[in-house]
Write a protein that binds this ligand. Structure first.
Ligand SMILES: [Mg+2]
Length: 155
């Protein structure tokens, strides 16, 4: 099993993404106000990610300050992650990292992938079967990141 921890802002939501930027098809850019926040995403990115995370050996988990609003509000808008479990990070610098380590200890996956734009976390732990992909907050995941994810999830 491979656990994949998924953040919203700066990963699925390219905070300053513009049509044609980041390598996605310009016609696939969508913007919506969700809970008072402007969310911007590429439907071709979501489709590709959905196919990768929908594999039987892959276990996607929400790890975002949106917490329970991720499946409740983000999932129906972006059409991904309706049934992913939600972790509840504490509001400290290393809150999310702590959640990842605790969840890994509880679930004992073979590999771990963490998708989060926040570079404040220590990179030292993320080697070998423990991978972290940290997109630029303004664009979110790019096609190159999706290729990296695809390769990591291959068994
Ligand atoms: Mg983020």
């Amino acid at each position: 099993m491979i656990n994949v921890y998924v953040d919203v802002d700066g990963v699925l939501n390219g905070v300053y993404a513009q049509a044609g930027q980041g390598g996605w098809n310009p016609s696939c850019l969508r913007r919506e106000q969700i809970n008072g926040f402007r969310i911007t995403w590429h439907t071709d990115m979501i489709n590709r990610l959905h196919n990768l995370l929908d594999q039987p050996h892959v276990h996607p988990v929400w790890l975002t300050t949106w917490e329970d609003d991720a499946p409740r509000l983000i999932a129906p808008a972006l059409c991904i992650g309706f049934d992913w479990p939600v972790l509840h990070p504490t509001q400290t610098t290393f809150g999310k990292q702590r959640e990842v380590f605790d969840d890994v200890e509880d679930t004992q996956p073979d590999k771990v992938l963490w998708l989060d734009d926040d570079a404040a976390y220590s990179r030292d732990y993320f080697t070998g079967n423990f991978k972290r992909i940290s997109p630029y907050t303004g664009t979110g995941l790019t096609p190159d990141h999706l290729t990296e994810i695809e390769e990591f999830l291959r068994v």
